[in-house]
Design a protein around this ligand. Structure first.
Ligand SMILES: [Zn+2]
Length: 852
């Protein structure tokens, strides 16, 4: 049996959390924090999620520790669906040959964690719909070993035993029921006894059952997306999708008067009922928990070696050997009884490791004082301790932690904390590409910010027993306990991309140099000045932070674009997972804080997970910056998303009073694509006095309540239009008429028009056509589905006739992650396109060779 634990991610801008994968042949486990960016790191490291059955979350249940979890679910559900489809093919083949089906894929995921785990998952019910992946949360709300004499684990399976160690400032009480049977714990929620009077326990338990039911509904329900129920129109409860049978008997969307209106006709309609979990408007109350979860994990002990010689000497017949190894006594020579201990070596302890997670400095003492660390029975076999530390916690300046390590000097201490680990590029592929693009056009592609030296030193004595964690480091538990460094990911050689550029793509460099000369020519500058003299706010900077679709991929992160408008501050348009990390990689930690200090609004176009899983971290960081107390951050979104942001505050501090919910509502009660929204501000708020641009939006054809937005800055007249995800929208084109900047999705290339229609996205030419109708001056295309970034060829006809193009002075560019583009410099950027195209073609060739 081979078992090892491997560091998957160490804290960096790309991977804010530290996470470990425990590997057994038959299944895998994740331990630690599943922060934003975890899944993308796994893609980069070629670590598969497929065999994961259990995730043990360490630390507190907040967005810092769990922000990547929802993305992991979605990917796992896709993987499961794909493998189920494969399996069905295999089974069909078997059946056709008259054979039996093979076993189905065991598809379920257990999530273990501390207080608020179920609540946190339930907050996602508005955007995680029924998935092919049953998720079972196991929230530990009591102390499984408040009785210090107990040494039993609280989780056990065929591979491992786990001791969950909850840490809190005030001690937790034991569960009302007997807490020591893992089976029992799995059956029902345990009560929370943290300083709460006895009579509240029943209520708390009832609340927890409601949350559990919601989560069960999200992941395991039999609800069918295609079920339509027939009912009287007047009985329909909104929101619901309403359909009607037309004269031919075909089903089509109903667009008549609302059920609530007085002109509501007395007819039968078909209703697609909303997802049942989504109907729960409010979850039972809870509050952020100042707690952490730590773990001790061990393999099972193994039996000692069987001594064949001794058994033979005692007269045991060969056929009885097996019974002895199974613990049974057998007859020996002359009627004696041979017991297993007479022929078996001593039992070999299972090896193991511990995870000590310190999310808040206040928890250091209670964590170090836990009795498990000094219980020889529990600690037997523990060779390694992984320390997961939040941003402001270091080892070098904390005597208590240092002393603890020195007391456990026979154990290797591995430190995973951002204050200790250097901010190395955690995603080598996009970093390498950005460095090469910098070699082509340094104005548009500034170098990413990183450092490679550990940030804080350990003293001589500690150096012998502790080290800063490196991704890929393995600690093997079985067959023999040992560290394996072969897989350690070397610190990225950031000079190599330049060498590759010079060696493999010299033509790209030649073209880049030609572009540099061309844009420096006085005639070019005169021409630019002439054609865009009326372009307002040319210093406006556009920074695409994520330009891919669906899920974080190797080269492109999920949707987010930063716009910095001089005099008006910064705006984030959609905010996919790890937008904060992308900002930090782009501007450095301090630079990102400076950008955030200037942040005025975050706009979320729709509820697909790839467009908003980064919002909570951005808000959380924003509130930590020293800003005047009356500074507000606007969240521009439809009601459902606003509800999510309000609700997530029950498990995460976000300074809700400083958030300004600017809600995009339907005027009719039904958000029909093509209709305008009403932009509503909280009561008593004067939009004029807020210093925000004019915000106009319309519903677009993509998913329920999907919107596109237009921001107009009154002093200069600057108009920025952003599509979100959608089929081409005439209403949006009308709303954005005369936009100086259009950001439009173009998920599919023109050949894939059918996919675009089916998945409700736009093709490249459709996006350009919206720009033509809008008469947009500068168009930046984004949201690409391809694996390797390309520069597609533009169908110029879609942009309009030559005269039209000439008269409106239009330029089109393609967005790349971490590009920095000024509104007034599209023409300069365009000059480098031939060089970029050359570079990307060469890159694609190399990528294909690497894959082979
Ligand atoms: Zn979408």
């Amino acid at each position: 049996m081979l078992a090892y634990v491997q560091i998957v991610s160490v804290p960096s801008a790309d991977t804010p959390g530290a996470c470990l994968m425990l590997h057994f042949d038959n299944r895998r486990y994740l331990f630690g924090r599943i922060a934003e960016g975890t899944q993308r790191t796994m893609v980069q490291r070629k670590v598969s999620l497929a065999k994961i059955r259990d995730i043990f979350l360490s630390g507190a249940i907040d967005w810092q520790a769990t922000g990547g979890l929802l993305g992991v679910f979605l990917t796992l559900a896709d993987l499961k669906a794909a493998s189920a489809a494969d399996l069905e093919q295999v089974n069909a083949k078997l059946r056709s040959r008259g054979k039996q089906d093979t076993k189905s894929v065991p598809a379920q995921l257990n999530i273990h964690g501390g207080k608020n785990l179920v609540h946190m998952l339930a907050t996602a019910r508005r955007f995680i719909l029924r998935k092919a992946l049953p998720v079972h949360p196991r929230e530990l709300r009591h102390d499984p070993r408040s009785d210090e004499s107990k040494a039993e684990p609280d989780y056990e399976d065929e591979n491992i035993r786990v001791w969950s160690i909850p840490v809190s400032v005030t001690p937790l009480k034991p569960s009302a029921s007997e807490p020591h049977s893992p089976k029992k714990r799995k059956l029902g929620p345990a009560s929370d006894a943290e300083a709460e009077p006895e009579q509240d326990l029943a209520e708390e338990e009832a609340d927890q059952r409601i949350r559990e039911a919601v989560v069960k509904d999200m992941f395991c329900s039999k609800w069918n997306l295609d079920t339509l129920r027939e009912m009287k129109l007047k009985d329909v409860q909104l929101p619901a999708k309403i359909f009607i049978r037309n004269d031919q008997g075909h089903i089509e969307p109903y667009d008549g008067p609302d059920p609530s209106s007085s002109s509501c006709p007395d007819i039968n309609v078909l209703v697609r009922l909303p997802w049942p979990a989504a109907k729960i408007e409010r979850l039972p109350p809870t509050s952020p928990a100042q707690r952490s979860m730590c773990y001790i994990v061990k393999c099972h002990p193994r039996r000692g070696k069987f001594n064949v010689e001794a058994a033979t000497k005692l007269g045991v017949v060969k056929t009885d050997f097996k019974r002895l190894t199974m613990g049974q006594s057998v007859p020996g020579a002359d009627g004696t009884i041979v017991t297993p201990d007479m022929v078996m070596g001593a039992q070999i302890d299972g090896r193991g490791f511990a995870i000590l997670d310190i999310p808040f400095p206040d928890l250091i003492d209670p964590l170090l004082q836990r009795h498990e660390w000094s219980n020889p029975e529990i600690m037997k076999g523990i060779d390694t301790m992984y320390w997961i530390l939040s941003d402001d916690i270091t080892v070098s300046n904390d005597d208590r932690v240092q002393q603890f390590m020195k007391t456990h000097a026979s154990i290797k201490h591995i430190i995973l904390g951002s204050a200790m680990c250097p901010n190395v590029p955690g995603l080598e592929s996009p970093t390498s590409q950005l460095i090469k693009m910098n070699g082509i056009d340094p104005q548009r592609f500034p170098l990413p910010v990183f450092d490679t030296k550990p940030r804080s030193d350990l003293d001589k004595e500690l150096e012998l027993i502790a080290e800063v964690g490196r991704p890929g480091l393995q600690y093997q538990l079985a067959p023999r306990a040992t560290f394996i460094t072969d897989g350690v990911v070397p610190v990225m050689d950031t000079k190599r991309p330049i060498w590759e550029l010079m060696t493999y793509a010299p033509q790209a460099l030649e073209r880049a140099s030609a572009a540099r000369n061309a844009i420096a020519a006085p005639s070019f500058l005169t021409e630019v000045e002439k054609s865009q003299h009326d372009l307002p706010s040319p210093e406006t900077e556009i920074v695409p932070l994520g330009t891919g679709s669906a899920m974080p991929s190797k080269y492109r992160n999920v949707s987010a674009t930063l716009i910095r408008v001089p005099g008006w501050g910064s705006y984030i348009l959609d905010c996919g997972e790890n937008t904060l990390g992308q900002l930090r990689r782009c501007f450095g930690y301090e630079g990102a804080d400076e950008v955030l200090k200037d942040l005025r609004a975050i706009y979320i176009s729709h509820l697909h997970a790839d467009h908003h899983l980064g919002t909570v971290s951005v808000i959380a960081r924003w509130r930590q910056l020293s800003l005047p107390a009356d500074r507000k951050l606007a969240i521009i979104a439809t009601p459902k998303y606003q509800d999510f942001v309000r609700e997530v505050q029950s498990v995460q501090h976000l300074s809700g009073e400083r958030l300004l919910h600017v809600t995009l509502r339907s005027t009719s009660g039904r958000p029909m694509p093509g209709t305008l929204t009403k932009t509503s501000f909280p009561d008593g708020v004067d939009p004029e006095a807020l210093g925000l641009p004019r915000i106009e939006a319309c519903f677009v054809n993509h998913c329920y309540e999907a919107t596109a937005v237009v921001l107009t800055f009154p002093d200069t007249g600057l108009k920025i239009a952003y599509s979100g995800d959608c089929r081409p929208s005439a209403t949006f084109a009308e709303l954005g008429r005369g936009a100086h900047l259009l950001l439009h999705e173009c998920t599919f290339e023109d050949e894939l028009g059918g996919d675009a229609l089916a998945k409700k996205h736009s093709t490249l030419s459709e996006a350009l056509d919206v720009g033509r109708q809008m008469r947009a001056r500068r168009i930046l295309l984004t949201h690409f589905s391809q694996r390797y970034p390309k520069l597609p060829v533009i169908n110029e006809a879609a942009l309009g006739t030559e005269e039209e193009k000439e008269s409106r002075d239009v330029d089109v560019l393609f967005a790349f992650d971490m590009m920095r583009l000024k509104l007034g410099e599209f023409k300069q950027a365009k000059a480098f396109l031939p060089a970029l195209r050359e570079l990307l073609q060469e890159g694609e060739k190399q990528e294909e060779e690497d894959e082979e």
